[in-house]
Design a protein around this ligand. Structure first.
Ligand code: MN
Length: 437
């Protein structure tokens, strides 16, 4: 994990007043990167940094930066974020430091920066990264056990689970930015009572609350990334919804795992919270209970055990059409922490490259559904409703086994720790549209 430095100082304030109200997800200690289109909608995409309710437009003002930050600032003029990622961790850190100083209330030259601020509500957020590859993991042992019980009641957790950070290759082509509606997929499903499958709209549409992360540094084909270097390859983090059609999944997944049940759409939040911004919230990796095997040596490092976890509070909410029409607030479905994840980010990266597989700049990883042990933290409807056998009662009298057309699923995430500023991820949300006819 990155070191703590002046960019994390909770006393630092910004001349952008909305960044100092104690409620914003984007105080000066956060400074996430995103790609946006300025108000009006006809201009080219730009890289921006979130500060309070404003966006610092990074496509201008290179003259304000010096040293290693200058090249990184120039890379910001070439959206999406891949060019910035290629500059490497030293340049990312120097850019963050200089952006922090520029936005600081102490900056005597604030006027030079002020003119590059755009109101966030008026901007259209775009996919922040050109994603060459997308891999989705299955790193919560609680989710793996809960989900396994649905699909394989006799052996919920397969014998490889505690040795292998299991994943599947998904589709970057169908990754969409928060706010983009999601079309209900159709596919082959076979209810237990039916002798043969039929092609029809999925009836068991679900969400999976996950942490996403972008690889910022590639490795050569054939050259595994050692676990001690693995977390340093990550540029930043987002919220990710691995939409899942459980009825398609149940019929298709054996023997090769998810395919059409998952690749019809994945939603990501627009702001990429940098690895450095998360440094104060590093925590011990999830402690394996007694009796669990130790990870094999190539997936184990003292530093990762001591500080490879991240305490990110993650929430899933639902807003049905009826709730929306009545002007009601979204209903909280679950709340948990990424610190409960069985496999760390470093273990996922090290495992993915352990056979020599090459990661590319901009590759997206999903952590897998971030469920904890307690029911309040179960991060999919499959778990919360036991596959619709125990439907959820919503406060307005509606109930849900899985997601209905018109429902909106909303994810939020934030980090909080005494002695540090609270930072957030913004939202990852999408409404479900009826199946294509
Ligand atoms: Mn998933």
């Amino acid at each position: 994990m990155n070191a703590i430095n002046e960019t994390h100082d909770p006393a630092r304030k910004s001349f952008v007043e909305s960044a100092n109200d104690g409620k914003t997800e984007f105080p000066i200690q956060n400074l996430p990167f995103g790609v946006f289109r300025a108000p009006g909608g006809h201009e080219a995409p730009r890289v921006g940094v979130a500060i309070g309710d404003m966006i610092l437009d990074m496509s201008h003002g290179w003259g304000l930066f010096h040293g290693d930050a200058r090249g990184a600032a120039e890379a910001c003029a070439q959206p999406p974020l891949n060019a910035l990622m290629k500059c490497g961790p030293k340049a990312w850190a120097e850019l963050r430091l200089q952006v922090s100083r520029l936005l600081s209330a102490d900056n005597a030259n604030a006027g030079a920066v002020q003119k590059w601020l755009v109101p966030m509500p008026a901007a259209e957020m775009l996919l922040p990264v050109s994603i060459p590859n997308f891999t989705d993991f299955f790193a919560s042992v609680f989710h793996a056990t809960n989900a396994g019980k649905m699909f394989r009641p006799d052996s919920p957790l397969l014998p490889n689970y505690k040795y292998v950070p299991v994943a599947y290759h998904s589709r970057p082509s169908s990754v969409r930015i928060s706010g983009t509606p999601v079309r209900r997929p159709s596919g082959q499903t076979k209810p237990a009572a039916d002798p043969v499958p039929a092609y029809r709209p999925a009836r068991s549409l679900d969400y999976e609350l996950e942490l996403g992360f972008y690889i910022g540094q590639s490795n050569e084909l054939g050259a595994p990334v050692p676990i001690s270097e693995a977390q340093g390859r990550v540029f930043g983090y987002c919220l990710l919804n691995d939409w899942s059609a459980r009825d398609i999944q149940g019929w298709e997944y054996q023997p090769l795992g998810p395919f059409l049940a998952k690749n019809f759409c994945t939603t990501v939040s627009p702001w990429v919270v940098t690895a450095e911004a998360l440094a104060p919230f590093a925590t011990a990796a999830y402690a394996r209970p007694g009796g669990d095997p130790a990870p094999l040596p190539h997936l184990d490092a003292p530093g990762d055990r001591a500080g490879g976890g991240i305490d990110i509070r993650m929430e899933a909410l639902i807003l049905t059409r009826k709730m929306r029409d009545a002007g009601q607030k979204p209903h909280l479905l679950s709340t948990g922490t990424f610190a409960d994840i069985y496999w760390t980010v470093a273990q996922m990266v090290a495992h993915h490259t352990s056979n020599g597989c090459n990661l590319e700049v901009g590759d997206l990883f999903g952590s897998g559904t971030v469920s904890g042990e307690a029911k309040e933290s179960w991060a999919s409807l499959l778990e919360l409703t036991k596959g619709a056998r125990e439907p959820l009662a919503l406060p307005n009298g509606e109930s849900r086994g899985f997601i209905d057309d018109g429902d909106e699923i909303i994810f939020r995430g934030h980090c909080e720790k005494a002695g540090f500023a609270r930072i957030g991820f913004g939202e990852c949300r999408a409404v479900i549209l009826p199946a294509h006819t």
